[in-house]
Design a binder for this molecule. Structure first.
Ligand SMILES: Cc1cc2nc3c(=O)[nH]c(=O)nc-3n(C[C@H](O)[C@H](O)[C@H](O)COP(=O)(O)O)c2cc1C
Length: 204
C-alpha cells in the first residue's frame, strides 16, 4: 500500500537563526498525534527531492544518496500505525510492515531510553555503506573515506530534521545509542543496509 503525503510547505515564518538558537534535543512528548502535514514536512526536510536530477534536501557525496528512511508510525493523524519506507521521488510512504510494539521500541536503546517507545514517530535512517566505500575506494584511506562521507551526510540529514522540528514546534532527539542487530530487524533492513540513527519525534 502506498500513502501519498501532502505537499510540503515551502514558506516558513520561523527564521533559520531563531531555529538554530532554539533547537534542543527533546525527549518528553505528549500523547497527542502528529498531524500528517508535520510528518510530510519532516521527511521532505530529511530526504525530499528539491531540485533537478532527483537532487535532495541534504547534500550527498558524489550524489549517491546512500541513506534510506524507515518510518515507525505510532501516533500520526490519518496514518495507520505501522512500518513504512519513505519514497523520495514520489514523496510517499510505502507500507512494509506492522506496528512495532512499545516493548520492542524500548529494547532498541542502549540503556534506559523511554523516548524510543514514547515517540509518536521514529525516523530510522539506514545507510548503504558498501556502495559508498566502493565508489571512493581509489581515494585513501581505503575502506574509510566512503563511510566517512555517508556519516557526514547522515549528520546533515539529522540537523535538517532537528531544525524543521524546531520550526514546527515538535520535539526531536537523535538516538545513535541503539542495539544494531535489533535495529536491523525492527527497521526491516536488507543485508546491504546498516542502521545509522533513530530520530524520535513527538508533540511537546
Ligand atoms: C551522534 C549523536 C548521537 C546521539 N545519541 C543519543 C542517544 O543515543 N540518546 C539520546 O538520548 N541522545 C543522543 N544524542 C543527543 C545528545 O545527547 C544531545 O545532542 C546533547 O546532549 C546536546 O544537547 P542538545 O541537543 O539539546 O543541544 C546524540 C547526539 C548525536 C549528535
Amino acid at each position: 500500500m502506498i500513502f501519498q503525503l501532502p505537499a510540503p510547505e515551502l514558506k516558513n515564518s520561523e527564521s533559520l537563526v531563531s531555529c538554530i538558537e532554539a533547537r534542543r534535543s527533546v525527549r518528553e512528548y505528549t500523547d497527542a498525534p502528529l498531524p500528517i502535514s508535520v510528518v510530510s514536512q519532516l521527511l521532505w526536510s530529511a530526504q525530499g527531492v528539491t531540485g533537478l536530477d532527483h537532487k535532495r534536501a541534504t547534500p550527498s557525496a558524489g550524489g549517491l544518496y546512500p541513506l534510506r528512511l524507515t518510518i515507525l508510525v505510532q501516533r500520526v493523524a490519518e496514518l495507520e500505525p505501522g512500518t513504512y519506507e519513505y519514497q523520495a521521488d514520489s514523496h510517499s510512504l510505502k507500507l512494509i510492515g506492522g506496528r512495532v510494539s512499545e516493548r520492542a521500541l524500548k529494547e532498541l536503546g542502549i540503556g534506559d531510553q523511554p523516548w524510543l517507545k514514547e515517540a509518536a514517530l521514529i525516523i530510522g535512517v539506514a545507510a548503504n555503506l558498501g556502495e559508498a566505500v566502493q565508489r571512493f575506494e581509489s581515494q585513501p584511506p581505503q575502506g574509510v573515506r566512503g563511510a566517512r562521507y555517508v556519516y557526514m551526510e547522515m549528520g546533515a540529514l539529522a540537523q535538517n530534521v532537528h531544525l524543521q522540528s524546531t520550526a514546527l514546534g515538535v520535539g526531536c532527539v537523535l538516538v545513535a545509542g541503539f542495539d544494531d542487530s535489533k535495529a536491523k530487524k525492527t527497521l526491516r533492513l536488507p543485508l546491504d543496509l546498516e542502521p545509522a540513527a533513530l530520530l524520535c519525534i513527538g508533540q511537546r
